[in-house]
Design a protein around this ligand. Sequence first.
Ligand code: MUC
Ligand code: MG
Length: 366
Amino acid sequence: MKITEVETIPYRIPMRKPLRFASGEVHHIEHVLLRIRTDAGLVGCADIPPRPYTYGETIDSVIGVIGRIFAPALIGTDPLDRARIHAALGRTVGNQTAKGGIDIAVWDLIGQALNTPVHRLLGGYCDSLAVTHMIGFSPTEAAVEEAQRFVADLGVRAFKVKVGRRPVSLDVELVTALREHLGDDVLLYLDANRGWTATEAAQMLAATEGLDLRFFEEPNEAAEVLGRRRLVAASPIPIVADESTPDLGAAAREIHTGGASALSIKTARTGFTESQKVLAFAEALGLDVLMGNQIDTQLGSIATVTFGAAFEHSSRYPAELSNFLDMSDDLIASPLEIVDGRVFAPTVPGVGTIIDEEKLAHYRID
Ligand code: MUC
Ligand code: MG
């Protein structure tokens, strides 16, 4: 089997509810749908979410790098030769979500060619993951109402709270109210998207002691190394690296230099192949792993659950799988559902993402 064509389609879908966080805000989903075709008539598919405020990519950079550099390297290659494909992609630095999408689409082809769900090819550990819902910046009352609705309507029992606002007391009040209204059984953790200094992040930890906050993601800028190391060393809870570890090398560097003590894995940026390496690295060192959300559509969330549910170490904690509910629509043909607080991995061959062609025609912007 050989790859014959690589197609990139930019599309735009409005958010039902904008998501705001310390490093940016999202009002529209502006992603690239990637389709890789083969001479066997198979089509591998992935969603690529450029995040300029996180990785510096845009729709145009994704389409440009794939069209000019990656597609010529892929055409004529057998999708089963993944290591060869990765060696070719690795010659270009950066472009994290473009590379992640290619890996997922290639795995989709492999799963279809072998008539097996990719979730099982990867590891098949369990059939589903519990869901964490991400709460963006909003007034305390609205955030509490949103969380209570997710508990009551969808059975969700884990929340990641976006923090990093000034003064720090705004977010102290928010998480105190969430703990009070949601009770002790709900998993709560924080993500400041580098919005605070190390000193402010330490103030937050001290002020919320006793609230059983489980993790603290990107409290400050990891490149401010001494502040970050001081914080990680003193923190009573794991400090999770997300955007500071966009690939395996960065994950190894941050962990070994004391910049973090847990890792977020996002299939949007490390696909399945590199995510598996990050996971093994974390497992060997006894580090907690959270399956993160790159503000993913249903297509992207299916990739997350396909990977996360495939391994024991990535299914220990609830996974961030609910951001698609903030979007007004999706390109997927059969909607993803949260049932009793869980999302199930597809059981069809490949990754299991089937595109609704009418929706694609409606939302594409090329
Ligand atoms: C997250 O976990 O940070 C917001 C920015 C980004 O890159 O991902 C989202 C969620
Ligand atoms: Mg994060």
